[in-house]
Design a binder for this molecule. Structure first.
Ligand SMILES: C[S@@+](CC[C@H](N)C(=O)[O-])C[C@H]1O[C@@H](n2cnc3c(N)ncnc32)[C@H](O)[C@@H]1O
Length: 357
């Protein structure tokens, strides 16, 4: 479809300078396509001819422009990705820095923005907003995940300041506070994968449950009991909110506190989940206290890509030996996701028990 609109016609030689000037004043009509003839580019704008003339005459570097009404083709395709949505706002030499990845957690998006395009952070936020009409909020990652609670700083770049949201993950409804708790939609497959391994009537202990995605997936399909522990009270409050949002087959006991301090009050488990990859090796004493001999652990670690399985197995063996336990059988080792350049977030699944004499 063609739309009549004010446009600026200019020889190609001056077109990039004109585009940058119009961009910096936020007056390009992004719903319309540019027009080209043999020698000229014609850019659709949102200003009247008079306002545009005043703006362009004040810029000495723009020469020989013509202001007129032109018929512009309307953009009929929605941008397919963040690159397409954001590139219209960002100079071409910076396009390589447009973020390729982002997380959508319910109505909240979280994106990492490189220093090179930080001046365009609001535009990137708006571009994400335009891609997902259901979004209410876009945050920029303002720091890495850190500290015992595994949370990060967030900087609002579009929409309203909102932290609480409801996220859907393979049919499970998860209440998340994106500002004060850890939650990564990149683990959705892993949450479901572990849940699918659970057998009826198992007792599971999730030592570092966060907002409880593993227990919620487990309880959705299995008549099992999960003790879901987290030291972050807000995370446990989120899990409690999720309990009433889902129709669960199994049972979940949300427990706020340090898993080591709670260990003596827990029953013996058939399976223990340890998704605290930087520190899980420091909690093997807790596992040996509460896992039934012959039980299964899901032991998560960050590991250099080249070290892989052997390295994770040797850490686990070494820690178990301190408490007289050993690996009886390795069930599986796999990459959960890339966590950094040449580093993976990995899961080792093993049957462990007291050392045989
Ligand atoms: C990686 S995050 C949560 C992972 C969660 N299982 C998931 O898949 O989304 C690890 C969690 O461990 C909690 N945590 C850290 N140390 C803890 C401890 N000693 N006892 C209980 N929870 C702890 C943090 O508060 C954080 O929510």
């Amino acid at each position: 479809m063609q739309i009549e609109s004010v446009g600026v016609k200019i020889r190609f030689k001056y077109a990039e300078t004109l585009r940058k000037t119009l961009l910096s004043h936020d007056v390009i009509d992004t719903s319309l396509d540019f027009i080209r003839d043999e020698n000229h580019l014609i850019i659709p704008i949102t200003l009247s001819k008079n306002d545009a003339r005043q703006l362009l005459l004040s810029s000495s570097s723009i020469e020989g422009f013509e202001l007129n009404i032109f018929n512009f083709p309307q953009k009929d395709v929605q941008p397919k990705n963040l690159y397409e949505a954001a590139s219209i706002y960002i100079p071409e030499n910076l396009h390589e820095f447009i973020p390729k990845a982002y997380d959508v957690i319910g109505e909240i998006a979280v994106v990492e923005i490189a220093e090179e395009v930080m001046d365009y952070k609001k535009k990137i936020g708006e571009a994400l907003y335009s891609l997902f009409p259901s979004l209410k909020t876009v945050y920029r990652k303002a720091s890495a995940v850190s500290g015992q609670l595994r949370t990060r700083g967030l900087d609002l770049i579009a929409g309203e300041k909102k932290c609480e949201t409801i996220h859907l993950e393979h049919g499970v409804t998860i209440f998340v506070d994106a500002c004060e708790t850890y939650f990564s939609p990149r683990l959705s497959y892993e949450h479901k994968r572990v849940a699918d391994l659970v057998k009826e009537d198992e007792i599971i202990i999730d030592l570092f449950t966060g907002v409880g995605p593993f227990p919620l997936h487990i309880a959705q399909n299995h008549n099992a009991t999960t003790y879901a522990i987290d030291i972050n009270q807000k995370a446990i409050k989120c899990l409690e909110r999720s309990l009433v949002l889902n129709k669960l087959k199994g049972h979940i006991n949300p427990l706020h506190g340090d898993c080591r301090e709670l260990a003596s009050s827990l029953p013996k488990a058939d399976r223990i989940i340890m998704n605290l990859p930087s520190y899980s090796q420091d909690y093997i004493d807790v596992v040996c206290q509460i896992l039934k001999p012959g039980g299964i652990i899901h032991f998560y670690q960050f590991v250099a890509t080249e070290d892989g399985k052997d390295h994770v197995v040797s850490i686990l063996k070494q820690e178990l030996a301190k408490f007289g336990w050993e690996i009886k059988e390795i069930i599986d080792f796999h990459k959960v996701r890339e966590s950094a350049p040449r580093e993976i977030h990995a899961c080792l699944e093993a049957i462990i028990a007291l050392q045989s004499t």
